[in-house]
Design a protein around this ligand. Structure first.
Ligand code: 13P
Length: 252
């Protein structure tokens, strides 16, 4: 089963609107040069830069995703943004359950179980992040943690819809640390996540794209992306530089 790799730039809380413009002006010609046979590319800017990035990427091969959203359509939810608002601003997808949101902002599996179907229902591509902490890996609990997150966060998604989402395997100990999971560790975890999805629907297990995230750089991208069960990358730090990010897209 040939799955098109998805390379996503998670800028986190970085870049002003002007900086976002500069990035797109540099990245878009590079992606155009690679043509439609290469990896799918998505940029995930902060909310305020999203409409501009969507406008600049319109008609190109580069998609746009937000970094979070709330599951309700509208109402008294100060500080939150809905799926409909993201669509209106030009988003194609949304990152959900990033470990920084889980650790720093109280994101729960219960909330994610509502956010993933809400994104799908709106026509947004959900990029669901899962991953274990360093302590959990050392205690041999990696598969247990991944199983708990995948089962809980996707509990309300219909089995046959599972193939249409993206899961990013992001071991917390590899995020922003310069410590990358070995290609074997990353592939094993991805294969395990795929098996969890396949247990619910065989075809979805084949279709679902599983990214790796955690200190992906131009120097290690090709090896990670060459693994059988890794279908792309969710890139943090190295995605802030259009040249580094383009090099990762090229490696895919
Ligand atoms: P780094 O690439 O900076 O390690 O971040 C990974 C990440 O969290 C992407 O979502």
């Amino acid at each position: 089963m040939a799955r098109r790799p998805l390379i996503a730039a998670n800028w986190k809380m970085n870049k002003t609107i002007a900086e976002a413009r500069g990035f797109c002006e540099q990245l878009l010609p590079d992606v155009e040069e690679l043509g439609p046979d290469g990896a799918e590319v998505v940029v995930c800017p902060p909310y305020l830069a999203l409409p501009l990035v969507a406008q600049l990427c319109e008609g190109s091969d580069v998609g746009v995703a937000a970094q979070n959203m709330y599951f309700e359509d509208s109402g008294a939810f100060t500080g939150e943004v809905s799926a409909a608002m993201l669509l209106d601003a030009g988003a194609d997808g949304v990152v959900l359950g990033h470990s920084e949101r889980r650790q720093l902002f109280g994101e729960t599996d219960g909330g994610l179980a509502k956010k993933v179907p809400a994104a799908l229902a709106a026509g947004l591509l959900p990029i669901l992040c899962v991953g274990e902490s360093e302590g959990e890996r050392e205690r041999g609990e990696t598969e247990e943690v991944l199983r708990r997150q995948v089962e809980a966060d996707l509990a309300e998604v219909a089995d046959e819809a599972l193939g249409g989402i993206v899961i990013a395997y992001e071991p917390i100990w590899a995020i922003g640390t310069g410590k990358t999971a070995t290609a074997e560790q990353a592939n094993d975890a991805s294969a395990f996540i795929r098996s969890l999805v396949a247990a619910r629907n065989t075809e979805a297990g084949d279709l679902i794209r599983i990214q790796y995230g955690g200190s992906v750089k131009p120097a290690n991208a090709a090896e990670l992306l060459g693994q059988s069960d890794i279908d792309g990358a969710l890139v943090g730090g190295a995605s802030l530089d259009p040249e580094d990010f383009a090099a990762i897209v090229t490696a895919a």
